[in-house]
Write a protein that binds this ligand. Structure first.
Ligand code: F6P
Length: 341
């Protein structure tokens, strides 16, 4: 069968490993051939394809980003729809599609699958907030990058006797903040799931300072202090209508400085958390998911996505997998909070 692959939504380390895993498994085990759609659903809607041969996937699992490119194009937008997708697939002789993406991509894939399109999904996000899978590839790499960066902030903070506030990704959930914060020994971790008040944050920072430490605060971009409407409202909406996040560290730092009298600096780590080579863990997970996606296509397991459960890669229905965000459980936060201050 000729199989199409696309990567859609925000990129993350491991996308190329999925592509390579799917192509090699499909070629070797099932005699499939592959094409890649450029820039996500845009390439599918416009029939913009590239051949994916054994040669073209050689060595790519070590590359960051996606060789196919990505976009946030909605396949069900004004220029799209199931009919356009079906026409392109038929015209190019593509018998099945592997869609690699996050919540938005997989939700669109589900709607198209319900229209009879032959699609298998592969979950992806650095945020690790998809409920259907125990871990998403890209998360381990993002935590590694964030931890290394926060460790560097610690030493400069210690030299200057400053409080350092590090903002990490996490629009809806605080997985990266929790893991990178724990790994780097942060004195406070602030996540969207827990509305901590400014008095409590001040107390943690002051306690750490009194013990002679340079206080280190790790905050997820979606955090809003208790008692505040939103820390981000003044940043408005992006062109996709989403609140423009990023910048909570810049809100917190002057407030911490005013309350504690400690010189405080903010650093927003931003997209470096999504770039570069995947960790070995993410590389293996992504490769296994890609291989499982090729098997699912071969088995005609349409309207499913592949997921990690424990150490096994399983197939799960889109319906079962979507619509529920995997948030940080209260118990995980309480466990970490014992170490704050
Ligand atoms: O969903 C992954 C994510 O990295 C979020 O943590 C972040 O809010 C968002 O993507 C950033 O998106 P963009 O790359 O469009 O700025």
């Amino acid at each position: 069968m000729k199989i199409g692959i696309l990567t859609s939504g925000g990129d993350c380390p491991g996308l190329n490993a999925v592509i390579r895993g799917a192509v090699l498994k499909g070629l070797k085990s099932h005699g499939d051939e592959f094409v890649g759609f450029r820039d996500g659903w845009r390439g599918l809607l416009q029939g913009d394809v590239m051949e994916l041969s054994r040669h073209s996937v050689r060595g790519i699992s070590k590359q960051g980003g996606t060789i196919l490119g990505t976009s946030r194009t909605n396949p069900l937008g004004p220029d799209g729809g199931a009919g356009v997708v079906r026409d392109t697939m038929e015209r190019l002789g593509v018998g099945g599609l592997i869609a690699i993406g996050g919540e938005g991509t997989l939700a669109a894939a589900q709607l198209l699958a319900q229209e009879g399109l032959r699609i298998v999904g592969v979950p992806k996000t650095v945020d690790n907030d998809l409920d259907a899978t125990d871990y998403t590839f890209g998360f381990d790499t993002a935590v590694q990058i964030a931890t290394e960066a926060i460790d560097r902030l610690r030493t400069t903070g210690e030299s200057h006797h400053r409080c350092m506030v590090a903002e990490v990704m996490g629009r809806h959930t605080g997985w990266i903040a929790l893991h990178a914060g724990m790994a780097s020994g942060a004195h406070a971790i602030l996540i969207p799931e827990q509305r901590v008040c400014m008095d409590q944050i001040t107390e943690w920072v002051t306690d750490a300072h009194k013990r002679g430490r340079a206080p280190l605060v790790v905050v997820a971009e979606g955090f809003v202090p208790e008692g505040r409407e939103s820390a981000h409202s003044e940043r408005g909406l992006d062109t996709f209508g989403r609140p423009r996040l990023g910048g909570i560290a810049d809100v917190l730092a002057p407030e911490i400085e005013a309350r504690t009298g400690l010189e405080t600096r903010a650093t927003v780590l931003g997209h470096i958390q999504r770039g570069g080579v995947p960790t070995a863990y993410d590389g293996v997970l992504a490769t296994r998911l890609g291989m499982a996606a090729a098997d699912a296509v071969d088995a005609g397991a349409w309207d499913t996505m592949v997921a990690l459960r424990g150490t096994h890669i399983v197939r799960t229905g889109f319906a079962e997998a979507l619509g529920k965000l995997k948030t940080v459980p209260g118990g995980r936060y309480e466990e970490a909070a014992v170490l704050f201050g």
